[in-house]
Design a protein around this ligand. Structure first.
Ligand SMILES: NC(=O)C1=CN([C@@H]2O[C@H](COP(=O)(O)OP(=O)(O)OC[C@H]3O[C@@H](n4cnc5c(N)ncnc54)[C@H](OP(=O)(O)O)[C@@H]3O)[C@@H](O)[C@H]2O)C=CC1
Ligand SMILES: CC(=O)N[C@@H](CCC(=O)OP(=O)(O)O)C(=O)O
Length: 346
């Protein structure tokens, strides 16, 4: 059978290179082309030596990638993907955006947090938010996917079972999250410079991060009532991983065992979400390099506060892995094809 031809635009960046690493192990696809602006004509292994003797792909221009592919992934800074999505739509090709261009439904939110308007308004009406476990039916029908942000993935999956129960809780949720430095992409900056990150640990964009409206959009849709968050990300001095600690004040005492069981039941048929045994705590060590999201539940009986801890690899479940999971749903491949990645043990 002919394999699906896939292309990667922005393959010189971390998200694009991670897509390539995973797609090369996918049995149903062939890489039709990879693109970068800065490395046209150069082989991938010149930039990332790990691909030596594995891939001889050479960077080509964007139009060549689109022409050769049935499905195009883009992993670019926000604000650049919409015209590429338009070219793909005009050529009747599918498009998965790892950036933020197609995540927010409300243009006013996008304008407020990203300082640009929607460029291709009609495409936004077709685009589906690709949180794989929550919107599989819409994803199967989609031709344009806005792949969720890394923090919103860890938080949306952790809160979904609660948002769909009848437990009464304070709809102002506090979220304290930590990310490894690959979350900032490959561009060098003062903030990601080794001496500034090593042996350091600090919050950033306190209660003012661009993922705030995306998380609120998802939680409000799930809960069918407005949910607000105070979201504080932190920079961890490690390469990969996100851990989100989420505090929800319950309006009254709850039966924690029942809620825990509801989480287990919600995700029992979802390979990539692991609800940890009661009493265990999620740890990003055990999700790194994998597409798993580990969730642990804790309950402070004194203050009736539910504490959820959610861990993912930002580059895999938070970006390239979830994008491939969405492709698998769109094309009817096994959901875990290309994603059977076992996390490290130590
Ligand atoms: N890193 C992460 O954990 C996650 C990242 N994302 C999102 O994925 C997208 C890519 O992130 P990441 O891979 O980390 O970023 P990188 O900075 O590592 O890579 C960015 C890529 O975009 C290309 N690029 C940069 N500027 C332009 C431009 N003006 N026009 C065209 N191409 C350009 C670069 O290619 P070149 O300069 O070679 O042309 C490079 O390939 C972002 O939107 C990010 O928010 C999503 C989830 C998680
Ligand atoms: C550590 C770090 O800088 N993290 C990035 C995470 C966001 C990201 O990478 O992009 P997405 O919106 O596509 O998920 C940040 O805070 O902007």
């Amino acid at each position: 059978m002919n394999k699906l031809q896939v292309g990667i635009i922005g393959a010189s960046g971390y998200g694009g290179a991670e897509l390539l690493r995973l797609l090369l192990n996918h049995n149903q696809v062939e890489i039709a082309g990879i693109n970068s602006r800065s490395y046209i004509g150069k082989p991938i292994c010149e930039l990332y030596p790990g691909f030596q003797e594995i891939s001889d792909l050479v960077f080509v221009d964007e139009d060549a990638v689109i022409a050769a592919s049935d499905l195009i992934f883009a992993s670019l800074p926000h604000g650049i993907s919409e015209p590429i999505a338009k070219k793909c739509a005009d050529a009747n090709k599918c498009f998965i955006d790892l950036g933020a261009d197609f995540r927010l439904h409300d243009e006013a939110d996008y304008q407020a947090w990203y300082n640009v308007p929607f460029k291709e308004k009609a495409l936004h009406e077709q685009a589906v938010y690709g949180l794989s476990e929550i919107y599989p039916e819409q994803i199967k029908q989609a031709k344009i996917i806005g792949n969720p942000g890394c923090y919103p993935t860890s938080i949306g999956l952790a809160l979904y079972p609660l948002m769909t129960t009848n437990y009464a809780f304070d709809e102002h949720v506090i979220i304290d999250a930590k990310s490894g430095v690959t979350g900032a992409g490959k561009e060098l900056s003062e903030g990601s410079h080794f001496p500034n990150v090593n042996e350091a640990f600090h919050p950033y964009k306190v209660a003012n991060h661009r993922h705030t409206p995306e998380i609120e959009q998802t939680l409000t849709e799930m809960h069918k009532q407005k949910v607000q968050i105070t979201f504080v990300p932190h920079l961890l001095p490690i390469s990969r991983g996100i851990i989100s600690t989420i505090y929800v004040k319950m309006n009254e005492a709850i039966n924690f065992d029942d809620l825990y069981q509801h989480y287990v039941d919600t995700y029992k048929n979802h390979t990539f979400v692991r609800v940890l045994e009661n009493g265990k705590c999620a740890n990003l060590k055990y999700v790194q390099y994998s597409n798993y999201c580990d969730i642990s539940l804790h309950y402070d009986t004194r203050t009736h506060t539910l504490v959820l801890v959610s861990a993912i690899d930002n580059m895999v479940k938070g970006a390239a892995g979830q994008a491939i999971q969405n492709m698998n749903l769109m094309y009817g491949f096994a959901e875990d094809e290309g994603l059977k990645l076992i996390p490290p043990s130590f």
